[in-house]
Structures are given as structure tokens and as C-alpha cells.
Design a protein around this ligand. Structure first.
Ligand code: NAP
Length: 304
């Protein structure tokens, strides 16, 4: 699984094919998508174009997608995974994550295609929670993993996002197919060292999302992000960046990747995409890693 991927949340569907194709041309070999991002089919078209143009083969690129909250019940999870795999149109998904450990009332996609956290099309009514244990969802997606006894499986590996150590332990104790990845919000304002250590010690790769902290949430008008000091201009980060002749974004990404944490920065800008990919070509000193980690305030922008 490539250490730097391209996250496509908030990449508009109408640009997703071009953006993904462009990212592949720049050298990205890992795309992080989700049903929730509403751009899987278009992103898949970008990958297909890159394959048709001979830039890559299918096996050269790692595609992640995620199961949305309304489809946690066993049969719904299986159907949703098939729909998502068909949307990408690439034969299989390399990684499929349970997006949140939250089960919401089932809404058939023919009624509302994109419920997000609501259950009415006008988005006035917050989705009702339902009692579906995570292990039921896990067992459902386990049946879709490609193995010697299930060669037709459409998923190469499975994992979870937004889970804590207790839930990981619980799932691991009952999983037949091991969890391969834990995807969590992780940046210098939310360092989570124990969770990272626990996952890595148990052979679960950690992927960090929202590596630039508040940056991603400014465009959503998040009051919490608006009142938080930007990481990209934070003096601790800019000073280290200057010393290495790198950008603050590259320092934030390297702070994670140097500790074997995968990153999936999102950008709608070619220059920044290239910059983000080129963030593993230098090393931070131990004291620099520690100074960045010391910015921790347990501050979360995605609250579930
Ligand atoms: N599992 C989950 O629940 C979950 C939740 C959130 C995100 N994710 C995944 O993680 C990915 C990344 O997280 P994210 O999208 O929240 O945030 P992010 O990658 O931390 O930040 C994106 C923001 O930073 C800007 N940016 C990107 N590269 C930059 C650079 N080199 N210099 C300055 N600014 C830069 C982008 O603007 P421009 O586009 O204008 O460059 C955008 O405003 C998502 O796309 C998604 O795939 C998963």
C-alpha cells in the first residue's frame, strides 16, 4: 500500500476523472475514495483512462473505498460493496473500510442516493441510529474478500475507519480475516500515540486523514476550524520547513510517514498534488518529530 495516496473527499464529481488521471500521471498509485464522496464512478473512469493510455496496469494502483453508515446490516453491506465495486468499474477494490462505527437506518439508494448523516432528502432530519453490531458488518464484508477458497471475492483487503482501540480489540477477537488498515483523523493537533502504537503492534496499518488539521474544514465553514490556528502557517512547522527547504505541507506529511503512517492528502491543485507526493524525500530529526507532536491538543474536526 503506497505511503502517500490521493484522498478524493471534496473533489467534485465533474472533475474527479480528470483529477485522478492527473494524479496518476504525477505518480500517485493510491486513491482514497468512499461511497460518501459521491465521485467513485468518475474517479474510476480516471483510473481506467490511465490504464487504457498505458500509464499503469490495474495491479499498479491501490484503490480504497468505504461503506456508508446506512448499509451496515449484513445483506445491505454486501449489496453496497458490490455497488461500490461496480461504480469504480475496475474489477475489484484493494481495500474496503467500514467508514464509521455508526449504524443508521437503512435508506434504499433508489430513494435517497446520498443520505449522508440525514434521512430526508431536504436534510432536516438527522438519521436514526439502528442496532447493528460492528461484528455483523465485519462478517458481511469478510465474505467478499478474495481468498483461495473465495477466488471470486471483489475485495483484496478490509479494515475500519474512525474506531478506537477498544473497538479494534473487540473486532480483532472475532474476525476471521484480520483487519488490515485503521484510518483515523491524525495531525499534530490530534496525535493519538497509543492508538497508533496499538494498531501497528497488531499488524494493522494506520492511515492518517486530514493531515493538515483545520485546513480541510475551513471550506465547510467549521467554527472549530475557523478559530483554530492553521498548521500550515504555525511557526513550529514553518521553521522546520525552512530548515529543510520544504513546504509546511510536506513537513506535516513527513511527520506521519516517517513513523510508517500512510497519508492521503487531498488537493484540487496540480502543483500541490505534486508537492504532497514529493514529501518522502527528506527526514525530520527526532527532536523535530517531537516538537511537532508536542502541538497535540486532542483536537478533532470530525466528530462522530
Ligand atoms: N475516513 C474518514 O472518515 C475521512 C474523513 C476525512 C477525510 N478522509 C480522507 O482523507 C483525505 C484527506 O483529508 P482531508 O481532505 O480532510 O484534508 P487534507 O488533505 O488534510 O487537507 C485538504 C486541504 O488542504 C489543502 N491543501 C492540500 N495540499 C496542500 C498543500 N500542499 N499546501 C497547502 N494546502 C494544501 C487543500 O486545498 P486545495 O484542494 O485547494 O489544494 C484542502 O483545502 C480525504 O480526501 C479523504 O479521502 C477520510
Amino acid at each position: 500500500m503506497p505511503l502517500v495516496g490521493y484522498g478524493i473527499w471534496k473533489v467534485p464529481a465533474e472533475n474527479a476523472a480528470e483529477s485522478v488521471y492527473n494524479a496518476i500521471k504525477l505518480g500517485y498509485r493510491h486513491i482514497d475514495g468512499a461511497y460518501d464522496y459521491m465521485n467513485s464512478a468518475e474517479a474510476g473512469q480516471g483510473v481506467k483512462r490511465a490504464i487504457d493510455d498505458g500509464l499503469i496496469k490495474r495491479e499498479d494502483i491501490f484503490i480504497t473505498s468505504k461503506l456508508w453508515n446506512n448499509y451496515h446490516a449484513h445483506d445491505h453491506a454486501i449489496a453496497a460493496a458490490h455497488r461500490e465495486n461496480e461504480a469504480w468499474g475496475l474489477g475489484y477494490l484493494d481495500l474496503y473500510l467500514i467508514h464509521f462505527p455508526i449504524a443508521q437506518k437503512y435508506i434504499d439508494p433508489s430513494e435517497i442516493k446520498y443520505p449522508c448523516f440525514w434521512e430526508d432528502a431536504a436534510r432536516t432530519k438527522v438519521g436514526t441510529l439502528v442496532k447493528v453490531p460492528m461484528i455483523e458488518t465485519w462478517k458481511a464484508i469478510e465474505t467478499l474478500v478474495q481468498t483461495d477458497s473465495n477466488p471470486q471475492g471483489i475485495l483484496k483487503s478490509i479494515g475500519v475507519a474512525n474506531c478506537n482501540a477498544q473497538l479494534l480489540t473487540e473486532l480483532q477477537s472475532q474476525a476471521k480475516i484480520p483487519l488490515s488498515v485503521l484510518q483515523i483523523e491524525l495531525h499534530p493537533y490530534l496525535v493519538q500515540p497509543q492508538l497508533v502504537q496499538m494498531a501497528q503492534e497488531n499488524g494493522i496499518a494506520v492511515t492518517a486523514y486530514s493531515s493538515f488539521g483545520p485546513q480541510s474544514f475551513l471550506e465547510l465553514g467549521s467554527p472549530r476550524a475557523l478559530k483554530t490556528e492553521a498548521l500550515l502557517t504555525h511557526p513550529v512547522i514553518t521553521k522546520i520547513a525552512e530548515k529543510h527547504g520544504k513546504t509546511p505541507a510536506q513537513v506535516l506529511l513527513r511527520w506521519a510517514t516517517q513513523r510508517d503512517i500512510i497519508v492521503i492528502p487531498k488537493s484540487n491543485n496540480t502543483e500541490r498534488l505534486a508537492q504532497n507526493l514529493d514529501s518522502v524525500s527528506f527526514d525530520l530529526a527526532k527532536e523535530e518529530l517531537e516538537a511537532i507532536s508536542a502541538l497535540d491538543k486532542g483536537l478533532r474536526f470530525v466528530r462522530s
